[in-house]
Design a protein around this ligand. Structure first.
Ligand SMILES: C[S@@+](CC[C@H](N)C(=O)[O-])C[C@H]1O[C@@H](n2cnc3c(N)ncnc32)[C@H](O)[C@@H]1O
Length: 230
């Protein structure tokens, strides 16, 4: 899978308003993670696969003087993030890839990513870059909805027509440890709004029926927390 192919897909998503849908879909879980990250005043945070940048702005507002940079391979997503930017956020957005982050070593105290990391073209290289740009003692908080225990997500790669990593929870822990992270902990998070009621359920390519919707909800999102050794 090439970065160009990923960019083409997410350029289309940005054009068709799907970025706003992702904010609605991911907002509750991201809020839970951001509140638990304990972002400190002045922390500098990188948001990998920022899409329209709504989470980048949330991260930047989490503490006084904190700042966040969103990275995305889709130029249309970056343009959408610029359009939606509010001037009170110390957030900015840059075109780039997980595999070649254009930042010096140790630039960030925190790294965050929502529903993006399994698209990595080269997962080993992306994890090495994530580790490199963190300061010693810095933390990574990566959240994904597609993992082996969430069985209904296996077909997403075919639906979206992009390659995606599909690892079990333990496999994600091992990948972070192999990259050099320590204190790697995983946790499942449930959307506090629940699966929604059956009467208002609308099927789509990811979720053809209400039962699947409930099971996807119950599998939750996978939160991987990891530390760069001091
Ligand atoms: C499903 S969207 C999630 C966007 C955002 N985090 C959110 O929750 O709304 C995944 C994003 O990751 C970006 N992406 C995927 N693979 C990437 C890579 N290798 N390098 C940089 N960005 C990538 C895509 O362009 C896309 O905007």
């Amino acid at each position: 899978m090439s970065h160009e192919r990923i960019a083409e897909t997410f350029d289309e998503w940005a054009e068709s308003g799907r970025a706003e849908g992702m904010e609605r879909g991911h907002g509750d879980v991201v809020g839970q993670v951001v509140r638990q990250m304990g972002i400190r005043p002045g922390d500098q945070i990188i948001d990998l696969g920022c899409g329209s940048g709504w989470a980048t702005r949330m991260l930047a507002k989490a503490a006084p003087g904190a700042g966040a940079v969103g990275i995305d391979v889709s130029r249309r997503m970056i343009a959408r993030a610029e359009e939606l930017h509010d001037l009170t956020s110390r957030a900015r957005y840059e075109h780039g890839t997980f595999e070649a982050l254009d930042f010096p070593d140790g630039r960030f105290e925190r790294a965050f990513s929502m529903e993006a990391f399994y698209y990595a073209v080269d997962l080993e290289r992306a994890l090495a870059e994530l580790l490199r740009v963190l300061k010693p003692g810095g933390t990574a908080d990566v959240v994904i909805d597609r993992f082996e225990e969430s069985v209904h997500t296996e077909g997403w790669s075919a639906t979206v027509q992009l390659d995606m990593h599909f690892l079990p929870e333990a496999g994600w822990r091992s990948a972070f440890e192999a990259a050099g992270f320590t204190d790697v902990v995983t946790k499942r998070l449930l959307d506090s709004r629940g699966p929604g009621d059956e009467a208002s359920f609308v099927p789509d390519a990811h979720c053809p029926d209400y039962r699947t919707r409930v099971e996807l909800h119950e599998a939750g999102s996978l939160w991987i927390h990891a530390v760069k050794p001091a």
